[in-house]
Design a protein around this ligand. Structure first.
Ligand SMILES: Cc1cc2nc3c(=O)[nH]c(=O)nc-3n(C[C@H](O)[C@H](O)[C@H](O)COP(=O)(O)OP(=O)(O)OC[C@H]3O[C@@H](n4cnc5c(N)ncnc54)[C@H](O)[C@@H]3O)c2cc1C
Length: 495
């Protein structure tokens, strides 16, 4: 029999999910202001078993939890870490300690977390426990009108930061760890992956606004410069070691400091571009919030049937392994395997190549990339995937040419050489198309296309031409254009 009464000592429970910090944390501040507080993190079975989950996510979260626990301890809040189903965990906690109120951030997640949230609502109602959810991003539930979204987002994000202080008055001792904590297999981790935790997040924020950010504007497109030039905040925003409001507050501070300087043009341009990306962050997550079916279905259903029946597993496997015979694709994929991150342009190129030149339906490539992005954020991910795959009907069609991207973004072949050692003996002038190296040169250099490196798995020109022909034939169909109007109304706003 579970506890339906709420004794004085009942606990205010903060359920940490993708908000692994203590500062600027609305849920934690509200709980502390209300009474004895404890924190909870659950390694949920549904998460660990979901198709998008990967060991690199678990590793990042474990690193965040170590710091979170220490930081919570300083304000007298124990962090209970459990493994299992959230309802089972809440049942057990409520039986032992009586939960007064459940606090968390509002999540825009995948189908599994949506269904999980529904079951929590039922559970809370049954035990008369109130569940207070706080907004983490500029995303609005049950948004009726996209036109008003920018103001709503500003109200959510451009608020005063919350300094969490005080001490929890929790009396009874709590077993912080109970049950088995999942540990990722070291063999499956990424040697170059970003580290989790608030300290890392703050260090990145500082270095970006002190120094690195000045060159943001000119360095985000090439994989040679993006690693240093981009903020690299994405995993920290996705797992909440930093709040979006904190990043915006840093922008405001930097801007006012720059206005006092005589030659700050480059910085200001960079800051403006960076800020627009933070708007995109919420804009894309809002799309999934407003239309959760985009995890499974084309946003514009009139594209249904365009690619589904032609899925070629062999081509998909070559793409996943970085063995397509297209050096820029393969180098990006191998970099991703190693680091769990690649810059935006290269992400777009990878997805575009899979869905156009290889004509693969987007779902399996999307899941594969989600498993390799340490920063996997469902709302950004699925919206971007659909846009890059050309199945919204409202976005410009972009079919990236891997050869052009190599020539534009890596003309000296530094990135290619770093990730494809098998091309070490290929001269720079042949790096974009090593299979076209004259046979005599291949003999002299000791590199043999098709032996040391795969021949292209599709004809570059023919696959590009055919994809272009097909996508425009579909896009111009009257039913697609009609359905695109609905997509436009539902998902676009002036930002
Ligand atoms: C197919 C595809 C899938 C993607 N999946 C994800 C994902 O799962 N998680 C994720 O965080 N980003 C995703 N992105 C967007 C983008 O590539 C990353 O946010 C960016 O590369 C992260 O690096 P950064 O933090 O250094 O970015 P910065 O350029 O420094 O940008 C700062 C922040 O703005 C946001 N942002 C930047 N670019 C975009 C964008 N194009 N759309 C929306 N938000 C953006 C991110 O939160 C990012 O951390 C995806 C892009 C594509 C094309």
């Amino acid at each position: 029999m579970l506890n339906k009464m709420k004794p004085q000592s009942a606990v205010h429970l903060v359920w940490f999910k993708r908000d692994l910090r203590t500062q600027d944390h609305q849920a934690l501040a509200a709980a502390l202001a209300s009474g004895p507080t404890a924190g909870l993190f659950v390694f949920e079975d549904e998460w660990l078993q979901s198709e998008d989950f990967a060991p690199c996510h678990l590793q990042f979260v474990l690193e965040c939890l170590t710091e979170l626990r220490a930081s919570l301890a300083r304000i007298g809040v124990p962090l209970l870490v459990r493994h299992g189903s959230i309802i089972g965990v809440l049942d057990a906690l409520h039986r032992e300690h009586a939960i007064h109120t459940l606090y968390s951030h509002q999540e825009t997640g995948l189908d599994w977390s949506f269904r999980r949230d529904q079951s929590i609502q039922v559970w809370c109602r049954h035990y008369s426990i109130s569940w207070q959810e706080f907004k983490q991003f500029g995303v609005v539930r049950r948004l009726k009108d996209r036109k008003t979204w920018p103001e709503k987002r500003s109200l959510i994000i451009d608020r005063q930061l919350i300094r969490v202080s005080g001490q929890s008055t929790l009396k009874s001792p709590w077993p912080e760890l109970s049950g088995e904590i999942p540990i990722p297999d070291p063999a499956q981790l990424k040697p170059g992956a970003q580290k989790g935790g608030r300290t890392e997040a703050q260090a990145l924020l500082c270095s970006f606004f002190e120094d690195r950010g000045e060159h943001y504007s000119g360095s985000i497109s090439s994989p040679n410069t993006a690693g240093e030039g981009c903020s690299r905040l994405s995993p920290h925003l996705s797992w909440g070691t930093l709040s979006l409001s904190e990043v915006h507050a840093s922008i405001r501070m930097k801007r006012s400091a720059l206005h006092a300087l005589p030659r700050a043009g480059k910085w200001l341009r960079s800051i403006e571009q960076f800020e627009s990306r933070l708007w995109w962050h919420c804009h894309f997550i809002q799309k999934l919030e407003s239309e959760p079916s985009m995890e499974f279905e084309n946003v514009n259903r009139e594209f249904d049937g365009m690619r589904e029946s032609e899925f070629d597993e062999t081509k998909f496997e070559a793409w996943c392994k970085g063995e397509t015979g297209f050096p820029m694709i393969d180098a990006c994929m191998r970099a991703l395997h190693r680091n769990g991150w690649i810059n935006f342009r290269m992400r777009a190129m990878l997805l575009s190549f899979a869905t156009y030149q290889l004509w693969l339906h987007w779902k399996k490539p999307a899941v594969f990339l989600a498993r390799h992005f340490v920063d996997f954020e469902p709302g950004i991910h699925y919206s971007q995937v659909q846009m890059q795959a050309g199945v919204t009907g409202i976005n410009t069609i972009r079919i990236y040419s891997p050869k052009k991207q190599l020539l534009d973004q890596d003309p000296e072949g530094r990135f290619i050489r770093a990730h494809l050692p098998e091309l070490a003996r290929v001269p720079v002038s042949d790096l974009a198309e090593p299979h076209l190296m004259p046979p005599l040169l291949q003999l002299e250099s000791g590199f043999q296309a098709g032996v040391h490196y795969p021949m292209p798995i599709v004809d570059p020109d023919e696959s590009y031409r055919r994809a272009k022909e097909r996508i425009f034939e579909w896009k111009n169909r009257s039913e697609v254009r009609k359905a695109a109007k609905r997509v436009l109304n539902r998902h676009t706003s002036n930002i």
